[in-house]
Design a binder for this molecule. Structure first.
Ligand code: FES
Length: 117
C-alpha cells in the first residue's frame, strides 16, 4: 500500500488500491480545488517531490505537457501512486477543513439507500 506524504504538513496517508492522489487527499480531510475530475481541466495539479505515479487513463499533452511531467507536476485526479510519494500542494488550490471535520469524514459511514417501511 503506497503511502502519500503531504510535504507542507508532514501528513501521511495510506493510499488504497487504485486510489488517486486526489481521492486520498479528500478521504483524509483535505479540500483541494478541482474542476472536471477527469483529467481534462488541469486545475488539480500538484508537484511530485518524490516517488512515482502512473495514469490508468490517458492524460492529454495539452493538459499535462512532457516538460511538466519531467519537472514532477502531476494531475492529482488521475495520478495513482505506485511507490511511496511525497507531494507539494499548490497553496492557491488548497482549502483546509478542520481536524474535527477530517475526523468526521473518515468516521462517517457511507450513505446507504433509504430503507422502506
Ligand atoms: S480536476 Fe480537472 S484535470 Fe483534475
Amino acid at each position: 500500500m503506497p503511502r502519500l506524504t503531504v510535504e507542507s504538513d508532514g501528513v501521511t496517508i495510506d493510499i488504497l488500491e487504485g486510489e488517486t492522489i486526489l481521492e486520498g487527499l479528500y478521504r483524509n480531510g483535505f479540500a483541494y480545488r478541482i474542476g472536471c475530475r477527469r483529467g481534462g481541466c488541469a486545475i488539480c495539479k500538484v508537484d511530485l517531490v518524490d516517488g512515482e505515479v502512473t495514469y490508468n487513463r490517458t492524460v492529454a499533452d495539452t493538459v499535462l505537457s512532457d516538460e511538466e511531467r519531467a519537472a514532477g507536476t502531476c494531475l492529482s485526479c488521475r495520478a495513482v501512486p505506485v511507490t511511496d510519494v511525497k507531494i507539494a500542494l499548490r497553496e492557491e488550490n488548497l482549502r483546509r477543513v478542520s481536524s474535527l471535520m477530517a475526523f468526521a469524514m473518515k468516521a462517517a459511514p457511507r450513505a446507504t439507500s433509504a430503507q422502506s417501511q
